[in-house]
Design a protein around this ligand. Sequence first.
Ligand code: AMP
Length: 281
Amino acid sequence: MKLIRNPKQIQRCSLNLRSKGKRIGFVPTMGYLHEGHLSLIRRSVKECDLTVVSIYVNPLQFGPREDFKRYPRNLKRDMMLAAAAGADYVFAPRDIDMYPGEFLTAVCVDKIGKILCGSSRPGHFTGVTTVVTKLFNIVLPDIAYFGQKDAQQAVIIRKMAKDLNMPVTIKVLPTAREPDGLALSSRNAYLNPSQRQDALVIYKSLRKARQLIRQGERNPHTIVISIKRLIQRVDSARIDYINIVDAADLSRIEKIKGNILIALAVFIGKFRLIDNIMLRV
Ligand code: AMP
């Protein structure tokens, strides 16, 4: 496996591979790899001739009071994990490689970028779509792999790729979880043991919602209220949002029907965690 820092270099490499008819799989990440990332890498390795993993903590997608500086980083460990999962290239640019000098361009997916996580993190998704566009242009993948863990991000990226005729297939894979249900996230590293325990309420609340729906509840508001109560019982937990929306376009729903997404963001202490489940009703 090869580490490449320079965008021009990996782009040249990709152009060369593509000219030989090779299929390039791409897994964009912010690093501090865990089983969730590795499941995407393994799928790409299975389906493509070559797999590129990018590791880049993108400053554009963090708000001024967010955790950009303290976001966990460990390139050496990530390289070992990516190699063991079968990746061919790790593309880990420096900020100066990605944003040299004045940067004036943004890619913004309107409406669906401003709700849910977008309303509590203004500008976040524009940062994401801008960097993903850059990464697609640099890596030139045939298939790009994303996680259902970031359900809204996946919907937004699909929409961006469609709206802008990007010649890439977007695949979204299931959320990898700890045995006790907590969704894997690089940010779980922030949690102390008692917060780690408290964080279990997040998936527990999603399971509760699923159970209510299976028992016949069809009113999203009733379900949200019930989840809220469960989470509010945990002292260190503060709800950012809980929402039940259409899974395809994130639009509001008044009745539980079709493909729905139950998504939430909860602060455990100072740390904001997100999770979701998709259900077909
Ligand atoms: P991140 O490094 O958090 O930006 O995530 C990089 C990619 O990995 C995104 O497509 C995420 O949705 C995906 N991902 C993160 N956590 C998980 C998980 N627990 N299961 C599956 N995919 C994940």
